[in-house]
Design a protein around this ligand. Structure first.
Ligand code: GLN
Length: 489
């Protein structure tokens, strides 16, 4: 049996039944990584072979006396490299944190660690999660397993590529404006951004704190529900985590239909700039929802056109403040060339940050500066409220919204690197859900003529991930897209 091809659910079942050992799992994934990682480059840091095998052996040994497994025991996961892992370096794709090993675990990792999961490694990302292609990483780009000349999306490109290439059974990403969903779409896997506050952000290195969320990147919708079950819930260490009941999300994916669900199709998501192959695939998916018993209707979200501008004011403003802590004093990189304190700050930040991060810090500092604050930051906050209210209003009439995830399939490496605005436009369909704080998933709904995956996005009301997962699962089960796997060459 080829263990690395299995879904999380399948691997969990085998392990729980005692049909496979932790050591066999660890060996299978180490082998897979040795076959494809040099092509895909999904990881910044890989757990070394001896450490991983020793962990797996210890699990098998303890299990002999416990006879009881936990859901993530021995499950080989890849973690985006902006999620803190105690003692394992967490670089954020930046020279600034190249040698930074956090002295503590993020809450999501602490949870998985109590389950005794296997950490395969930390995955590549755009520096501090700022980007849409994983090209803005100080460690070089990750490649799309479906076509190594193409980007895997971003910023969680390493996590999405690792899942698509079967280098891990599932992964964690983070999403501020699309960074879980957009790479999932590019790599033909499932990516879920939970409702803001659903999953603790404690130990997630902050980019834009009012938008950041951690979420699962998986091979199937069911796997997404399984991971969300483990991650969701309030956390005393994150005051923005929500004290909301956490249902068993795997129940939602068992319903195989969307009967009685009302699905809205926002017309503003099907305008200029949408690739015709993507449009066709998404429209067929919408027809499939009708076949499955869903009630589909067109709706309108008029402020959609302001979403990108609003996001790039708010996210950069928050980033400029969050990134002020990297000053070379307490931790992280410090420039060697310095005559005095001021020069130390300046050189540290000049040498430690890449160009996209600097661009964001400058933009954010500008929109927050005296005299411009009201015109930019204040206005963006007002538009954000407008966007959220429009969602609230359409969600009075429909349960879910169905749209493309990304306007085009994955583009070529280098294609948009010199043109930040074009790069920003790849998030045009994902950013609104982030601004509104609502849950949204991306799953495969077809392939372009060149064989690149196309993603379908389903958004839902706050804390209604169960409905989002139910619709996604019904569609996934009714179609065959998940069976197609990339040939890495
Ligand atoms: N691509 C968007 C940006 O560059 C979103 C990034 C993210 O979600 N982390 O900001």
């Amino acid at each position: 049996m080829t263990l690395f091809k299995l879904s999380l659910k399948e691997l969990q079942d085998l392990f729980t039944r005692g049909e496979v050992t932790a050591l066999e799992i660890a060996r299978a994934f180490l082998l897979r990584m040795s076959q494809v990682e040099f092509k895909v480059k999904a990881f910044i840091t890989q757990t070394d072979r001896e450490t991983l095998l020793a962990q797996a052996e210890a699990i098998d040994k303890d299990l002999a006396s416990w006879r009881k497994t936990m859901p993530f025991m021995a499950m080989p996961l890849a973690i985006k490299d902006n999620i803190c892992t105690d003692g394992v370096r967490t670089t954020c794709g930046s020279v600034m944190l190249e040698h930074f090993a956090p002295p503590y675990d993020s809450t999501v990792i602490a949870t998985l660690r109590t389950h005794r999961y296997l950490l395969l490694g930390k995955t590549n990302l755009d520096e501090f999660a700022m980007g849409s292609s994983t090209e803005h990483s100080a460690f070089g780009p990750t490649r799309n397993p479906w076509n190594l000349k193409c980007i895997p999306g971003g910023s969680s490109g390493g996590s999405a590529a690792a899942v698509a290439a079967d280098e891990c059974v599932a992964a964690l990403g983070s999403d501020t404006g699309g960074s879980i969903r957009q790479p999932a779409a590019c790599c033909g896997v499932v990516g879920l951004k939970p409702t803001y506050g659903r999953v603790s952000r404690y130990g997630l290195v902050a980019f834009a704190s009012s938008l950041d969320q951690i979420g699962p990147i998986t091979k199937t919708v069911q796997d997404s529900a399984i991971l969300l079950n483990a991650l969701a819930g309030p956390d005393p260490l994150d005051s923005t985590s929500a004290d909301q009941p956490v249902p068993d999300f795997t129940k939602a994916v068992k319903k195989k239909d969307v009967k009685k669900l009302k699905l809205g199709v926002p017309k503003e998501y099907f305008t200029e700039g949408l690739d015709s192959e993507v449009e066709q695939a998404v429209r067929s998916a919408i027809d499939e929802f009708k076949n499955l018993g869903g009630e589909v209707r067109e709706v309108s979200l008029p402020s959609t056109e302001w979403a990108i501008a609003t996001y790039y004011v708010i996210a950069t403003a928050e980033a400029s403040s969050n990134l002020a802590r990297y000053d070379g004093v307490k931790y992280g990189f410090r420039s060697k060339e310095k005559q005095n304190l001021l020069e130390m700050y300046q050189r540290t930040r000049a040498e430690g940050f890449g160009s996209e991060v600097k661009r964001r810090i400058m933009l954010g500092t500008y929109v927050l500066s005296a005299g411009y604050y009201d015109a930019y930051y204040g206005k963006a906050q007002a538009v954000r409220t407008l966007i959220r209210r429009e969602f609230e209003s359409v969600f009075q009439d429909v349960d879910l919204l169905v749209t493309p995830t990304m306007p085009t399939p994955a583009f070529h490496l280098g294609e948009k690197l010199q043109d930040p605005l074009q790069m920003y436009l790849s998030d045009i369909y994902t950013i609104s859900a982030s601004l509104a704080g609502i849950p949204a998933i991306s799953l495969p709904c077809g392939y372009s003529q060149l064989g690149l995956p196309i993603g379908l996005q389903i958004m839902g009301r706050p804390f209604e991930e169960d409905k989002v997962l139910r619709a996604a699962s019904a569609y996934e089960q009714a179609t065959d897209w998940r069976k197609k796997r990339p040939v890495i060459r």
